[in-house]
Design a protein around this ligand. Sequence first.
Ligand SMILES: Cc1cc2nc3c(=O)[nH]c(=O)nc-3n(C[C@H](O)[C@H](O)[C@H](O)COP(=O)(O)O)c2cc1C
Length: 249
Amino acid sequence: MNLASTIEEAMATRRSCRAFLPTPVPRAEVERLLALASSSASNSNSQPWQVHVLTGAAKRALTADLLCAHDEGRRSVGEFAYQPAADAWPEPFRTRRRRFGEGLYSETLGIAADDSAGRRGHHRRNYDFFGAPVGLVLTVSRAPLQGALVDAGLFLQGLMLSARGAGLHTCAQASFIDYHPVLRRHLTIPDDHLVVCGIALGYADDGHRLDDHRTTREPVASFTTFYDSVGPHRDAAVVSSGVASGSPV
Ligand SMILES: Cc1cc2nc3c(=O)[nH]c(=O)nc-3n(C[C@H](O)[C@H](O)[C@H](O)COP(=O)(O)O)c2cc1C
């Protein structure tokens, strides 16, 4: 079990894990991670998040209903505009998204770009939380939504990094938003809350080919402008090369 003992290791080894072992995670450990995540900053300390934790029979029942809705094509319009339609992403995000898809589907899974049945087959694994023993659903207050979504993102990152400190892995899953009515039937989500994402939590199945998938990042100079005596410039002197997520500890 690779366990991150510093924040740098947690940052460097966090990645989206899509193949988990069935090894259970004790309830007390889940609570400890949620307590750590709740130390995240939020606007005026409003802490607008709620978390639903599913294990065992409750998780199996939700998964069964989600897969049924997925297989019957009962996808719902999102409660908020999480992302544009596939063909409406502007550059440079469109190219990055395409690269991500090629890396996961073609290179890792061997599924061709035009094999929509194969892609659907992989996508449906989301609804089993990729086999993780713990499935979480993160919701956030609708009012005031924009700020609360920022806070929810910080909570999510806090949870994912805390998990690394316990040797656990995670995958954030916006795919759950598509079936929010199913989630509302199974979970006690208040009407004034929106589903932000699901989160798979557990121990990585290191030998699984789905767990080979790694992503890269743009270099610091591509997204940072420095302002100093020479005026605005983008050449980052200290770190100039891109990093990848999920590096070994
Ligand atoms: C809010 C959010 C939602 C995501 N939704 C999904 C999802 O539904 N299914 C999935 O397999 N990955 C999902 N991901 C994982 C991203 O694809 C992943 O973070 C990205 O490709 C970068 O890779 P890395 O997390 O391994 O560094 C999501 C990530 C975030 C932050």
